[in-house]
Design a protein around this ligand. Structure first.
Ligand code: ISE
Length: 335
């Protein structure tokens, strides 16, 4: 039957997922929404038939109309929501990051492991983006030889209020951490961060832009320019450097106009628009797999590994040192 989903958190991403499940995704409906802000939950629920607003997570999960959970609350609230879902053995799609540090991510992984089966898909949606998927098949095919380096650019027009240096890592660079691990099929073993003079457009105290360097278990090197207050739009670019060629995804391919001595096109305003297809595909794949009783996509292992790299990244940000990443042994459940 139709999958009844409880969406936890009705902020920017949560509200967008509610709209998506309601109008784009087949085989699922929004059965409940949860937000600590009762008014916000009610407002979101109002437009959707059979959707109950809640302020309490456990009450929503106990609702017999709820078959699965989509977690879109802020990162620090994920652990409690995941553990509550595991207690009821409910399937979960958890927005990134799984959790903001390695210890809590490992607690989540161990709790899922204790269930004896995977329940979680982590919302690393770039794995569902058409451009990244093409790049991944190209690199996997080895047409241009081995991949030696990745150059990433990750630019947002502006940070939301309250954004911290640690969030630059946990909420933003976490995407490059995951795409690096996924595209190269290797773990990240060390992180360094270079911090140029902050932009005058960055909020006071935020070290923006910054440059991240990753080393992988196969000896590849990956750089990421993170610029979260670039002002002009949203850009995510990944260029792979292989032995006999390079491949790049993420240049905007909208309309290019020539006029009055200028040529150019438009830039996507934000990640909701840039990754709309990827979000749609991610949620549809989650719903389809869940209805078959299966789990696919980025796992708690991927969420944990990313959290461990983030933690090293936050330390590298503070110290300026090269920080090595330590992972526990990979459990068979995630092999
Ligand atoms: C945001 O939370 C995201 O996940 C976006 O994809 C990312 O580009 C942005 O920097 C984050 O704040």
């Amino acid at each position: 039957g139709t999958l009844g989903v409880a969406v936890i958190g009705t902020g920017r991403m949560g509200a967008d997922h509610v709209r998506r499940i309601d109008t784009v995704i087949s085989g699922a409906r929004v059965a409940a929404v949860v937000d600590i802000d009762a008014e916000r939950a009610e407002k979101v629920a109002r437009g959707i038939e059979g959707c109950t607003p809640h302020t309490d997570l456990a009450a929503a999960m106990a609702d017999p109309a709820v078959d699965a959970v989509l977690i879109a609350s802020p990162g620090p609230a994920h652990e409690a929501a995941l553990l509550a879902a595991f207690e009821r053995d409910l399937p979960v799609l958890c927005e990134k990051p799984l959790t903001p540090d390695a210890a809590s991510a490992l607690r989540v992984l161990r709790a899922e492991q204790a269930l004896g089966h995977r329940r979680t898909q982590v919302g690393f949606m770039r794995r569902y983006d058409a451009g990244y998927l093409r790049l991944k098949s190209l690199l996997d095919a080895g047409t241009y030889g081995r991949t030696l380096m990745l150059h990433n650019k990750h630019r947002n027009p502006a940070t939301p209020p309250g954004f911290t240096d640690a969030m630059l890592v946990n909420d933003s660079v976490v995407h490059e951490i995951d795409t690096t691990r996924w595209l190269l099929g290797e773990e990240i073993t060390a992180v360094r961060v270079l911090r140029p003079v902050p932009s005058g457009n960055a909020p006071d105290g935020l070290g923006d832009p910054s440059l991240f360097l990753f080393e992988t278990s196969a000896g590849q090197v990956v750089d990421t320019e993170l610029f979260q207050n670039c002002g002009f739009g949203y850009q995510v670019v990944c260029e792979a450097v292989c032995e006999r060629g390079t491949a790049r995804t993420g240049d905007d391919h909208g309309l290019v106009v020539n006029s009055e001595g200028h040529w150019g096109g438009s830039i996507t305003p934000g990640f909701v628009e840039r990754f709309a297809d990827a979000y749609d595909r991610q949620v549809q794949r989650w719903v389809d797999a869940t209805r078959r009783g299966e789990v696919e996509g980025p796992s708690c292992w991927d969420g944990y590994a990313a959290a461990a790299v983030c933690e090293a990244g936050v330390r590298a940000q503070l110290t300026g040192d090269r920080v090595a990443v330590e992972l526990v042994e990979r459990p068979a459940l995630y092999s």
